[in-house]
Design a protein. Structure first.
Length: 266
């Protein structure tokens, strides 16, 4: 079936990689870098954008049921025909409009998703009232690296996602493994939503303000109080005056937000 370029459709053809993605979703991974992923396995997998069903077939061998949300009407109509007798429910809908609370039991998520809606999909899942136990997505490699970035390379995206989920990177998938090939390589990212955020929304708001000019020294982006007072706060929380926004951890941002709040109340 011909792909729809407007929907960012690129079919992954490497069966070994598809099996690996399904293994990550089911929890059958032994990679030492993923030791923190300890969620109990689920009987239900929610697949985003099943397309031709290449990943769906792997998921159906590992889960009791797969609910597949597909935006393309033709693909959604044809998908069940490829898996007669299997416990597969196909819903033709924009995933961003799909009601996660309609799922009747704990679930995990898997999918090869369009690059252009990666962030909205991730935030829909990690901010949901009924969050998945695990999220395994194939996304643009550069975006996966940005989300997983550590101290010194942080962005608003990495801090916002890591505030709500544990993050680990899976294998890189070369663009040549897709039909038709996209312009860039992809990578598997594994997220485990946290029960509660690490820091508050007030801290996230400060982070966004602090990254207003990411290459500048952080102190230059926080002009709500005097420079002298800011210097005192930086010294109190142990921050170098030359520090850039990318160098702070979530907890350092939290401590900075507390001190800024105290200063503005004086």
């Amino acid at each position: 079936m011909k792909n729809n370029k407007k929907l960012g459709q690129h079919w992954l053809k490497n069966r070994e990689i598809l099996e690996e993605i399904a293994d990550f979703a089911a929890g059958f991974d032994g990679d030492a870098t993923l030791e923190t992923l300890e969620s109990p396995l689920s009987h239900l997998c929610l697949e985003i954008g099943p397309g031709l069903g290449t990943l769906t077939s792997s998921l159906l061998r590992r889960f009791d049921k797969v609910v597949a949300v597909e935006f393309d009407q033709n693909l959604a109509k044809n998908l069940p025909k490829s898996f007669p007798g299997k416990n597969l429910e196909v819903i033709c809908q924009d995933f961003l409009k799909f009601n996660l609370e309609s799922l009747s039991e704990p679930y995990v998520v898997a999918g090869n998703i369009p690059y252009y809606i990666t962030s909205p999909i991730i935030f829909k899942l990690i901010e949901a009232k009924k969050r998945p136990q695990r999220i395994v997505l194939l996304i643009q490699k550069e975006v996966a690296e940005r989300i997983a970035a550590g101290k010194g390379k942080h962005t608003v995206l990495s801090l916002s996602v890591q505030n709500r989920a544990k993050v680990a990177l899976g294998p890189v998938v070369l663009k040549s493994e897709f039909t038709p090939p996209p312009e860039v390589d992809s990578q598997v990212i594994i997220l485990e939503p946290l029960e509660r955020p690490v820091v508050s929304e007030e801290v996230i708001a400060l982070i966004k303000r602090g990254f207003s000019s990411p290459r500048k020294k952080l102190i230059k982006n926080l002009g709500t109080i005097s420079t002298e007072e800011l210097k005192n706060i930086f010294e109190k929380v142990g921050l170098n005056l030359d520090v850039r926004p990318a160098e702070l951890s979530l907890l350092e941002w939290q401590e900075l937000q507390r001190e800024l709040t105290r200063a503005t109340k004086r």
